[in-house]
Ligand binder design. Structure first.
Ligand code: WT7
Length: 640
């Protein structure tokens, strides 16, 4: 008999649950762990230190996450839709899988993988577009105990090669080409280019999605469609995994060096994914969840795939982009499938906001119950627009703070329960023990004033990263060595007297102007209050007197303005919202900002441009659109 996770039902209940999770973590997580299917029970709940670091949850327990995502649901809702596929072209066939059908598809894929020679512990690199076979390939790896490393389909051949080599991946799963809006991305050809630099790969499994020819070289390449056709529908027994066996690697950029392979393990990640999904969104039995993230990012892993499936929800997978073939595509998908929970990024909200409300008009969005945001601090203007125009003022907005390294959400209000406050993520989830640390490494304990510091965690939660692949030392240096016995997030935050957190963004982006600290997020939030500013990015550059000078890059909504007046006005807006100290030294009007595929602005590039260094912009391979660079340089040149 499957028990369900005890649901937090009020703020009072939250505080009580939170206290239990902190005072009695072992019994707290033991109760939650009972809601899952284990092959063998664990003998020790938690064993940890943050110095090595060494974190073991549910030690000696064995399980398989796919039994929890799929098999576990068959007795109660085998015929519920698990996965809905919405193709890039709305005229293409839609597809959906019931829980029963998805399990069968995963078993067949696992059989094909096994026939190709993939074994438990192998690293399988998956480089695909947002098609169901991507989700199925990920789950097939998990079913057989292979470690998946999904690479976002927008990365270049060099980026793919770096990731394959770092993980010494022996298999690659890809597709002929991917559709994204009006673009066709020749994924298989890119893999071929990458593999020139990789010696570890034995086979490439290619899924044919389109009807055109693509490069194929036997015996290395295996036609996945044909291999799947020749499989009889049989069961593929889920491989028994240790709780701490790696489930996946996901590469993420740090402020220094090459991308690191963040490693998540089986049981802890699983429990964190379902627990946070249910609590934060207050998921109700049978609801439809639409997370707009790509499976190539952690948000896609945890809240498009694993979290919703573990909870038994219906998850929507959208192949395309929000503006193709029309700017109301998200809204159309919401109405078509009766989406109840919609989870997206502030950058998407802002870009849709810039198009006005017209694209929303044909859709009623009545099914929506909860809206979520993730990925960066959300500015008030975007938050208000989302709440009003998308949520019609009747849906709670959850501002969910977390990172690739945390596996799932750590700080967020709970839909309809927790306090809703624009740009405040508010309270930590049960089991999460944040602390704010000042520049000397002292923990800020004061509860009777608002404090600001570097955000750290002082106790492990089940979903914390365990290592960085192939280099444990790097994991220690990056996250556990800045402050003794603390996991350092790299983010700064405020905590008010109610204990609520407001995340201001990466601390490497916090500026010290004449001894005053200013978050770039804070500055941008202020700039965005100007009616003509659509989006902005602020960086600090060295300044002889003030220490740091503020340089603002702004995208403006119209182009028939008087530039001098506008710049004065924008600066006045900054000072109005923050103070005289926030005066920008330069405001550069630009047509676009350099963004990574996860929507984050690459400030490193802006900093170079802001200092007049137009030549050595470093690695720009993770930019969505590299053409933006020359536009920025042109816009900035007039100042130098
Ligand atoms: C960084 C992690 C977590 C999934 C997507 C990004 C920033 C994330 C918020 C939020 C303010 C946020 C932080 C964090 N961030 N969510 N709700 N409010 N900042 O994952 O690429 O690992 O980036 O994104 O700076 O450290 P990621």
């Amino acid at each position: 008999m499957k028990t369900s996770i005890p649901r937090i039902s009020s703020m009072a209940h939250y505080h009580e649950t939170y206290a239990q999770s902190i005072n009695h973590p072992e019994s707290f997580w033991h109760t939650i762990a009972q809601c899952f299917t284990w092959k063998t029970p664990y003998s020790k709940l938690l064993n940890w230190n943050f110095t090595e670091p060494h974190v073991h949850w549910f030690q000696d327990g064995t399980l398989n996450i796919t039994e929890n995502c799929l098999d576990r649901h068959l007795s109660t809702h085998a015929n519920r839709i698990a996965l809905i596929f919405e193709p890039n072209d709305p005229a293409s066939p839609r597809r959906s899988y019931t829980y029963k059908a998805l399990l069968q598809a995963v078993e067949n894929m696992a059989q094909v993988f096994s026939n190709a020679g993939i074994k438990k512990g192998d690293r399988v690199c998956i480089y695909m577009g947002m098609v169901p076979e991507l989700a199925i390939a990920v789950l097939a790896c998990a079913r057989m105990g292979a470690i998946h490393s999904v690479i976002f389909g927008g990365f270049s051949a060099q980026a793919v090669a770096d990731r394959i080599n770092d993980a010494a991946a022996t298999f690659v799963v890809t597709q002929d080409l991917a559709y994204r809006g009006a673009k066709h991305i020749p994924l298989k050809a890119i893999v071929d280019e990458a593999l020139v630099h990789c010696s570890s790969v034995k086979h490439v499994l290619v899924y044919q999605h389109a009807h055109s020819a693509y490069p194929f070289s036997e015996p290395r390449d295996i036609n996945l469609n044909k291999a799947l056709e020749s499989i009889q529908d049989t069961t593929f027994t889920a491989v028994e995994m240790q709780a701490e066996d790696p489930l996946f690697i996901l590469y993420t950029s740090g402020s220094t060096g090459k991308p690191k392979g963040v490693v998540h393990t089986t049981a802890g990640y699983m429990i964190w994914a379902q627990y946070t999904f249910e609590q934060v969104f207050q998921y109700r039995e049978g609801e439809v969840h639409f997370c707009t993230a790509d499976l190539g990012w952690i948000t896609g892993h945890t809240y498009l795939l694993y979290g919703p499936l573990l909870a038994g929800a219906t998850t929507v997978m959208f192949e395309g982009i929000p503006t193709h073939p029309h700017a109301g595509r998200f809204w159309e998908i919401i109405d078509t499938y009766g989406v109840n929970i919609f989870y997206t990024a502030p950058t998407a909200i802002r870009s849709l906001m810039a198009l006005g409300t017209e694209p929303l008009q044909p859709f009623n969005l009545n099914s929506l119950r909860v809206l979520g945001t993730v990925g960066e601090p959300i500015n008030e203007e975007a938050w208000n627009w989302y709440k009003k125009q998308v949520g019609k003022n009747k849906c709670p907005v959850v501002d969910t703070w977390w990172q690739t390294e945390t596996g799932g959400i750590l700080i967020s209000n709970l839909a309809g329960i927790g306090p809703e406050r624009a740009s405040w993520a508010t309270y930590p989830l049960p089991g999460v023990q944040p602390v704010l640390v000042n520049e000397h490494g002292h923990v800020l304990n004061s509860a009777n004033e608002t404090v600001q510091g570097n955000l750290c965690l002082q106790f492990p939660w089940p979903g914390i990263l365990r290592t960085t692949f192939g280099n444990h030392q790097r994991c220690r240096e990056n996250y556990f060595s800045m402050y003794a016995n603390l996991y350092f997030t790299g983010d700064g935050a405020y905590r008010d007297t109610n204990g609520m957190y407001r995340i201001t963004g990466r601390v490497d982006d916090v500026l010290n102007v004449s001894g005053h600290r200013l978050g770039t997020a804070e500055l941008e939030n202020a700039l965005n209050h100007h009616p003509l500013v659509v989006e902005s990015a602020v960086v600090g550059i060295p300044h002889d007197i003030k220490g740091t000078a503020i340089i603002a890059f702004v995208i403006c909504a119209a182009n028939n303005y008087n530039t001098t007046m506008l710049l004065t006005e924008i600066n006045a807006t900054l000072q109005h919202h923050i103070g005289a100290i926030a005066k920008a030294d330069k405001i550069i009007i630009v047509p676009g900002l350099p963004k990574t595929r996860s929507g984050k602005i690459m400030r490193r590039i802006l900093r170079k441009i802001a200092t007049g260094d137009f030549e050595n912009l470093g690695d720009t391979s993770t930019l969505v659109d590299s053409a933006v660079i020359s536009q920025l340089v042109d816009a900035a040149k007039i100042f130098y």
